[in-house]
Design a protein around this ligand. Structure first.
Ligand code: N01
Length: 501
């Protein structure tokens, strides 16, 4: 009855799907797989010509995951063949392509389908989604567009005047041959610390513009031997055991984030790591952070600091004042002429991708509705936006563990929410404003006094109001618990007739 009502008055030529998912990275593929397993028909809209999300897009030299491969995998596709403890970008991308193919998802994925707009149709209780010349209609819309999908170029005077080559690390221009070139790198975050050591031996000179020194810890990486892979394949419980061990060890880190003073021991270990990599005391001083470890993402690398201690590298402290036709002017006003500028300046986290094009019942977009601080119930559903779910929504990111179990917990909640509405023969479901506010105040309570707010740094974890609207500040186990039992009292259901009002 629900389906036939929704189809009455469907836009001419609109393609129908029970659930529309936007994005085919980890979150989108995970959601599509689990919902199909639950018997739900899905269509995945993907803007690119391939699946993979950030692991398709971030092809910079040295790109790899800083979370162990054993836990950076779906629980339904553990992959005994990971070749190293921390997988590289190409292998993770390949893994995602294999998952999409082997689970039969490919026929349900529309590649090269950039979503331009989504509107909630109050009369029929459906989402109408426009992607190029196609229109899709679905009872439920899931945004799996990631939190770190849109590269952020810095707002620097003169940025368009530079006459050499320039690109962002998340859109690496492989046509530019860096051999022997003078290269400026702006930014020293998780991406830069991976590509700087990879390009340093090749370039003529690299000038690294550091605005804030990052804390770096050793990366305990090693190849996984064929023998181990064989064992994981033949005796899956051994891989499951390894996975659980790493996962639980990482969970313990949340305690340290909660009590920033505990980070002092880790800071000592990081300084020891720095001393072992950089012999020049002046350079060591430049590279020593002045805020509490954990305030920004903790970086793992065995070669970043060492690569900076080379004659063809300069580290300029204090950031960048301006870009000119021929190079970069640093904070002290000194001009550095270069051939290439690489922006390792991170991602736009001021609003989640696409939320400025998703229009709710009143026509207001989700980002307008949120204003400066994004909020959602369980980081997944939003009061006032029926039948909408956000994978990697507000407060789903993690500073301490793999985000994949967070996605799996979110999908579990989405599945139960849809099933609850179905059983009640309801056309719409959304969280109550009270439930959402309670979740948000729990997040605020857990964040209060943590290293993220009292660590003395600026990070993308906090929004322009100073609130943590990006990270889940608890354990992933507590998040899984919160999503494992569906609480009907925290949701409102609606009929098509009610939706018309
Ligand atoms: O970006 P970032 P990223 N002038 O935002 C600097 C994930 N990730 O792409 O610290 C000068 O961390 C900025 O300086 P400051 C991971 O979640 C995961 O490196 O703001 N500098 C900073 O140094 C990570 O947290 C993996 O003072 C400017 C840098 O640019 C997230 O992606 C690998 C500037 C930006 O660092 C983002 O990492 C890679 C300006 N105007 C990334 N503007 C894994 O392994 C910015 N900066 C899973």
């Amino acid at each position: 009855a629900r389906a036939s009502k929704a189809q009455q008055g469907a836009a001419v030529g609109a393609k129908q799907s029970r659930v529309i998912i936007v994005g085919s990275g980890f979150a989108g593929l995970g959601a599509a797989y689990e919902l199909r397993e639950a018997g739900c028909e899905v269509t995945v809209l993907e803007r690119a010509s391939d699946v993979g999300g950030v692991w398709r897009d971030n092809t910079y030299p040295g790109a790899a995951c800083d979370v162990e491969s054993a836990i950076y995998s779906f629980s339904f596709a553990p992959n005994p063949n990971w070749s190293s403890q921390f997988a590289k970008q190409a292998e993770i991308h390949e893994y995602l392509r294999n998952v999409a193919r082997d689970t039969g998802l490919m026929p349900h994925i529309r590649l090269n389908s950039t979503v331009e707009r989504a509107d909630w149709d109050n009369d029929r209780a459906v989402w109408t989604v426009r992607a190029g010349t196609d229109t899709y209609e679905g009872e439920h819309l899931i945004l799996a567009t990631g939190a770190l999908a849109d590269p952020k170029m810095p707002n620097l005077p003169g940025i368009d005047k530079f006459t050499g080559e320039a690109f962002h690390s998340a859109r690496w221009n492989h046509d530019v041959d860096l051999t022997g070139k003078r290269v400026a790198v702006i930014g020293t975050g998780a991406s830069a610390i991976q590509f700087v050591p990879a390009i340093q031996p090749q370039v003529g000179h690299v000038t690294v513009f550091q605005r804030t020194a990052p804390w770096v810890m050793p990366k305990h990486d090693h190849p996984i031997t064929e023998r181990e892979q064989d064992r994981f394949a033949k005796r899956p419980f051994t891989q499951k055991f390894a996975r659980t061990r790493i996962y639980l060890q990482r969970e313990l880190l949340v305690t340290a984030f909660r009590y920033p003073v505990l980070m002092k021991a880790a800071e000592r270990a990081s300084k020891k790591h720095l001393a072992s990599q950089v012999s020049d005391p002046a350079l060591r001083a430049t590279l020593t952070p002045d805020y509490r470890l954990g305030c920004k993402r903790i970086l793992l690398s065995n070669d970043y600091w060492a690569s900076l201690d080379n004659p063809n590298v300069s580290v300029i402290n204090g950031g960048v004042k301006q870009v000119t036709k021929t190079g970069v002017i640093d904070a002290a006003g000194v001009q550095h002429d270069v051939d290439v500028i690489i922006y390792g300046t991170g991602f736009d986290t001021s609003r989640l991708p696409l939320t400025d094009r998703v229009h709710g019942p009143s026509g207001t977009t989700l980002s307008e509705h949120w204003g400066d601080s994004q909020q959602a119930f369980l980081g997944t559903s939003v009061a006032g936006f029926p039948n909408l779910f956000l994978m990697h929504g507000p407060n789903i990111g993690l500073g301490h563990n793999s985000v994949i179990p967070m996605f799996e917990a979110q999908v579990n909640y989405v599945r139960k929410a849809i099933s609850h509405a179905d059983k009640a023969n309801a056309a719409t479901i959304e969280p109550t404003a009270v439930a959402q506010a309670a979740f948000v105040s729990k997040v605020d309570r857990l964040t209060d006094g943590s290293v993220w707010t009292s660590g003395g740094c600026d990070s993308w974890y906090l929004d322009s109001t100073g609130r943590n609207s990006n990270l889940w500040p608890g354990t992933t186990i507590s998040f899984r618990n919160a999503t494992s039992r569906f609480d009907a009292s925290k949701h409102t259901l609606g009929t098509v007739e009610a939706a018309k009002v």
